[in-house]
Design a protein. Structure first.
Length: 138
């Protein structure tokens, strides 16, 4: 049976997730990419190298992230967080995120480059959540 999740249940799905599908607009068209993320204090934190996704987010900061918990084809929960893209530039915030993401994903790249200072520029950003929606089927 399909049902709407409460705000609390939807945020629970977001907090338990590791991987989501980030949606934005690139060249006047939808653009969706998978991202690893950290949910903390009602916001979502992501890192990326420079590329199409960051270029699109800088041009249009409206963004969403879809996350799902899938047990089987008939038992699942899905959450979507809607909000605004915001780059982290404060060194203390960036360090907090680096520690947090390395703890959660110890083998994740390009975070390795963030700690050594080598490689491509790393952009760390926050999705400031304005609204969440969720559905489940069981």
């Amino acid at each position: 049976m399909l049902r709407r999740l409460s705000d609390e249940e939807t945020r629970e799905v977001l907090s338990h997730g590791h991987l989501g599908h980030l949606g934005c607009v690139s060249e006047n068209a939808p653009y969706v990419v998978p991202v690893s993320y950290v949910y903390h204090d009602g916001d979502i934190y992501v890192h990326s190298t420079l590329g199409k996704k960051i270029q699109a987010l800088r041009q249009n900061p409206q963004v969403c992230l879809q996350v799902q918990e899938l047990q089987n084809g008939y038992t699942w929960r899905s959450a979507i967080a809607f909000g605004r893209y915001e780059e982290l530039i404060d060194p203390d915030e960036r360090l907090w995120f680096m520690r947090r993401i390395l703890t959660r994903f110890p083998y994740l790249t390009p975070v390795e480059d963030m700690t050594t200072g080598k490689g491509k520029e790393i952009v760390i950003f926050r999705l400031r959540i304005d609204k969440v929606t969720g559905l489940s089927e069981s």
